[in-house]
Ligand binder design. Structure first.
Ligand SMILES: Nc1ncnc2c1ncn2[C@@H]1O[C@H](COP(=O)(O)OP(=O)(O)OP(=O)(O)O)[C@@H](O)[C@H]1O
Ligand SMILES: [Mg+2]
Length: 470
């Protein structure tokens, strides 16, 4: 299908609507005017012919028994209203005749009537045949004679009547032309108002298609939908810009994270090949550690990739959180005791929830392993869980190394590690808390941390209990 610009399409539609409605209106108006004008003329005719009859009847002289025709008045009627009048007395003698002017072509009156008839045609009057009406004349209920009144068609408009009718039509025509012009100008303005912002937004979309995410729509319009569209475009551009920045950072972070263990491995292996170093158990152990680190990093990256898929899909079910948390504690206790750390549980009973069980467990594993990794020997870790209104509050508190103020706001970012040398010992990748945060947020919950360097940290999670649909 051929593509037509929105402006052209809008203009064309407006044009069709405007012209169409004006044509309909003018046809209707014309018909209405015709109708009322015709009835006006018919009334005029009736009134005039009544007046003529009254005039003749009035001029009857009872004492003499004759009609004193007022020729002047009758002539005036005959000429003004284009009537042909013939008055006869009771015996049938013609007392007055305005002349047989209506017999087309004969005499001056005839010519006049012909002209009149042309004019009537010109103004679109119905020039039906010549009509003659005969009336009895009465005085005090006694017949005194007859009068015949002839005229053209059903009515007989005067020249002024026809001019008035013509003027009315021209006024109508001019107003239609003016209205169409006004309509067209208005539709041009309206169409422009709609299309200009759209064209601008389209330009922005095209820029974004080319990879320019710095661009923003500055469309200012009073149209709600267009404003929303413009804002959505900006929102999209911001989102894409952030994604782009994140992607670039991830690539460089990843390169950085991979380079360190790879360099260590390369050095060792090259040393073995060149015979500089003997592949002693200790050296091989170091290599093994680096490989483990790399493997863990790759696994973590996989986790993160899964989490970042548009919507983290949760596999929610109803379960007893108290029981699950206690199971996790049981798993961790042996590790903790190895480091002479005490793991204390303060879990309220019967915490029934509707959540993704595996993900909740993963959250707790991550927090407990951090508490383990960043605690000194003989420390103490407390896992607390209780219900508060419609939320479950879970906290992991340790008396470990704590986190410096400057690091606190960054620890949830991926690859962020507060103390690189220490996390190196613990084999940390700086991804654990990123995963925890994503999972908590996917559940509609929040996570916060309070910590003091050298004194310990407390991580608190608030999760909505969720619907308990079985
Ligand atoms: N309980 C804690 N006490 C002190 N510092 C902590 C604690 N938990 C996290 N941190 C700091 O926050 C950083 C980020 O933690 P995160 O769990 O994301 O990564 P990680 O533990 O280094 O690596 P991994 O991806 O293996 O968990 C840690 O490197 C550490 O510096
Ligand atoms: Mg961790």
């Amino acid at each position: 299908m051929k593509n037509i610009s929105l402006l052209k399409k809008l203009l064309l539609s407006f044009f069709i609507v405007i012209v169409g409605s004006y044509i309909i209106t003018s046809i209707m108006a014309n018909k209405m005017i015709d109708k009322s004008f015709n009835s006006y003329l018919e009334n005029q005719l009736k009134e005039k012919s009544d007046n003529i009859i009254k005039l003749v009847e009035k001029s009857y002289d009872e004492s003499k028994g004759i009609i004193n025709i007022d020729k002047e008045s009758l002539n005036r009627y005959a000429e003004d209203g284009s009537f042909d009048i013939v008055v006869k007395d009771i015996k049938g003698n013609t007392l007055y005749s305005s002349g047989n002017g209506y017999l087309m072509g004969k005499g001056t009156m005839g010519n006049m009537m012909k002209k009149h008839s042309q004019m009537m045609k010109m103004y679109n009057f119905n020039t039906s045949d010549y009509v003659e009406e005969e009336h009895q004349l009465y005085k005090n209920n006694a017949a005194i004679g007859t009068i015949s009144i002839g005229y053209l068609g059903n009515y007989n408009p005067t020249v002024q009547d026809m001019e008035f009718r013509g003027n009315l039509n021209s006024v109508l025509l001019y107003s239609v032309i003016l209205a169409i012009l006004f309509g067209l100008i208005m539709s041009l303005i309206l169409s422009k108002q709609i299309t200009t912002p759209l064209v601008q937004i389209n330009k922005i979309a095209n820029e974004m298609k080319r990879g320019n995410f710095n661009i923003r729509s500055k469309v200012q319009t009073s149209t709600l939908e267009l404003n929303e569209l413009s804002q959505s475009m900006n929102y999209l551009a911001e989102g894409l810009q952030m994604q782009e920045a994140l992607r670039k950072r991830l690539t460089s972070d990843m390169a950085h994270e991979l380079r360190t263990p790879l360099t260590t491995l390369l050095n060792y292996v090259e040393g073995f090949i060149d015979g500089v170093w003997q592949p002693t158990g200790e050296k091989l152990n170091s290599c093994h550690e680096e490989i483990l680190r790399l493997t863990k990093l790759v696994e973590r990256l996989q986790d993160i990739a899964k989490l970042e898929q548009a919507n983290l899909v949760l596999n929610k079910s109803s379960f007893n959180l108290s029981i699950e948390l206690k199971k996790v504690v049981e798993v961790y206790k042996p590790f903790y005791s190895k480091k002479k750390l005490t793991l204390i549980e303060n879990i309220h009973d019967d915490l029934e929830v509707f959540m993704d069980k595996d993900k909740i467990k993963q959250i707790i594993y991550n927090l407990l392993s951090n508490a383990f990794n960043y605690s000194n020997e003989k420390g103490e870790v407390v896992l607390t869980a209780y219900k508060k209104e419609d939320n479950i509050v879970i906290s992991v508190q340790d008396k470990g190394i704590g986190i410096a103020k400057k690091d606190l706001s960054h620890i949830f970012e991926r690859f962020y590690r507060a103390d690189k040398s220490r996390t190196r010992e613990t084999g940390g990748t700086g991804i654990g808390l990123t995963i925890v945060k994503s999972m908590v947020e996917a559940h509609g919950g929040t996570i916060k941390v309070e910590s003091k360097l050298g004194e310990g940290s407390i991580f608190t999670i608030v999760l909505p209990v969720g619907l308990t649909i079985k």
